[in-house]
Design a protein around this ligand. Sequence first.
Ligand code: RP5
Ligand code: MG
Ligand code: MG
Length: 275
Amino acid sequence: MTNDNNTVTVTTIFLPDDKVSWDVSFPQYSPVIYTSKVLQGKPWADPDIGDSSFTPKWNVLDDGGKINRISYVSQYSVDHDNSPLNPCGRTGIKGRGVLGRWGPNHAADPIVTKWKRRKDNSIEIEPATNKPILQFVGIQRRDSGEWAIPGGMVDPGEKVTTTLRREFMEEAMNSLEKNPDELKNAEKVITEFFQEGEEIYKGYVDDPRNTDNAWMETVAYNFHDETGEIVGNMNLQAGDDAKNVRWIDVSDSLVLYASHKDLVLKVAEKHKSYW
Ligand code: RP5
Ligand code: MG
Ligand code: MG
């Protein structure tokens, strides 16, 4: 199922909307079974269910508090084979696909915004609605080519506030390859700027990698540069999982990865900007 480009195509079965919920009996349900071989032996991934070295504790902070197996959605059920069940229902795929963790895979999404400004520095207004235009830092994902928020997985034991800053630095500032002087300066500015953020969303993400037994959840924060003189003045540079980065105008016509458009529009509502 992995092709030459290292992308994965899994053909899912047809799943009627009224059969998504686990509460609805569906005896004919025969999902595709798929757990990527790429996950085997990876330090960031769980072993397989049934592996004698794997004794996960579901719905709690596992491994001495380092691995968060708690879902923001609800307490999830566990199947007869000890695999956790997606709290949003059936997906057509059994296994964990390409996700590292069984159960919730926790991510964090930094939504960095500023006002779109004209050359004279005045804020650009959308004429039909008379509303100011907001921009956010978007990245183009290396895996799918889709534009997205520069988010990423919360590492074991990592605080979400650290993930938000680290992922922004890696994907939108190329921190992993920046020269030490530039990096020091960028880290100083971003660390201070990321002190003031607002939680926008916490919960399930409709991510294409979700399966019946592994799914993405995120905490999204907005960090707003009101004057445009902080991040607005910095050089964005794509890195790590990102192959491009830019300021993107917020509007209803955005096409973004997973449920990222919904997250960005929540920020637009908060700032009463055009969308
Ligand atoms: C999305 O996957 C989350 O919203 C987050 O942006 C992202 C994390 O996965 P990677 O970017 O690390 O692949 O569902
Ligand atoms: Mg990343
Ligand atoms: Mg990422």
